[in-house]
Ligand binder design. Structure first.
Ligand SMILES: O=C(O)CCC(=O)C(=O)O
Length: 261
């Protein structure tokens, strides 16, 4: 393996629940991915005028012709994100198979052949990009995946990610505390969001990273991100892997099983 986890990274992952690898991809590679992402978004949302539904903090639009969920910034025409999308872009699917993603996943998941469970493109557009509320991925996935506990995510930042444009915040060690308590003041989907008022001693750190950096984390890590109040983009690709042969998010969508955040 060319990019396995070092023993220091394995230690940090066990203790804190995440690992940061700065500048894994170089600027021309990031340019290519940004370009593919923008083309895909343009193709999916051009002239789209379908009914949207609000669940928890999100506004959804299910595009079942393309097998993709589009998340919008409320009722605006600004896209918040899409999922899953590997079946819609051979180029982005090929990037997801890059050993810089797959090699560390072999160590994290403990499998020789990690395969994609789902893929998200999260956009925080300048001045519009909204919040991703405090959550663990596990409760969203537990009804969709065959073994949600085995899914790990590589989040690649396509832009410099700062406090101002909505970088990721993580709670080190939070993955060791089981499932955190969800909101009781919203719909069933929204109850997957963590009730922040219960955890007033929550210790979140902001992970500011340059474009091309990757954060690796598991399904129990508590994390969130804030709105983009800057004039700069904050785009990120999240590739989530699991052992081969298990149901994917796309298959679950086609079978009518619930969506994820
Ligand atoms: O894009 C972000 O900042 C948040 C990512 C995340 O937590 C998610 O999509 O579930």
């Amino acid at each position: 393996m060319a990019f396995p986890l070092s023993s220091a990274e394995q230690h940090k992952y066990r203790k804190e629940g995440f690992v940061v690898r700065p500048r894994v991809f170089d600027p021309p590679e990031i340019d290519d991915m940004r370009d593919q992402c923008e083309r895909l978004i343009e193709r999916l949302v051009r002239n789209r005028k379908t009914k949207r539904q609000k669940f928890g903090s999100y506004t959804f639009d299910s595009d079942m012709d393309n097998g993709v969920i589009i998340k919008w910034e409320g009722d605006s025409d600004v896209v918040h994100g899409i999922e899953p999308f590997a079946h819609l872009s051979l180029e982005l699917k090929t990037w997801a198979l890059d050993p810089r993603f797959v090699d560390p996943m072999k160590d994290l998941i403990g499998t020789e052949a990690p395969m994609l469970f789902t893929e998200k493109l999260n956009l925080k557009r300048p001045r519009y990009g909204g919040v991703n509320p405090l959550h663990q991925d596990y409760p969203y996935w537990v009804q969709v995946a065959q073994e949600a506990k085995d899914i790990c995510t590589a989040m690649l930042f396509l832009d410099d990610s700062t406090l101002a444009n909505g970088c990721l915040h993580v709670a080190p060690g939070s993955h060791l505390g089981g499932k955190w308590q969800g909101r009781a003041d919203t719909d069933r989907f929204g109850s997957n969001e963590i009730d922040e008022s219960i955890y007033d001693d929550l210790d979140l750190i902001a992970v500011e990273v340059p474009a091309g950096s990757v954060i690796l984390f598991g399904p129990m890590l508590v994390h969130k991100s804030l709105p983009n109040t800057s004039s700069k983009q904050r785009r990120a690709l999240l590739f989530s892997y699991q052992p081969a042969g298990r149901r994917t998010q796309l298959e679950a969508l086609k079978e009518g099983i619930r969506k994820s955040p």
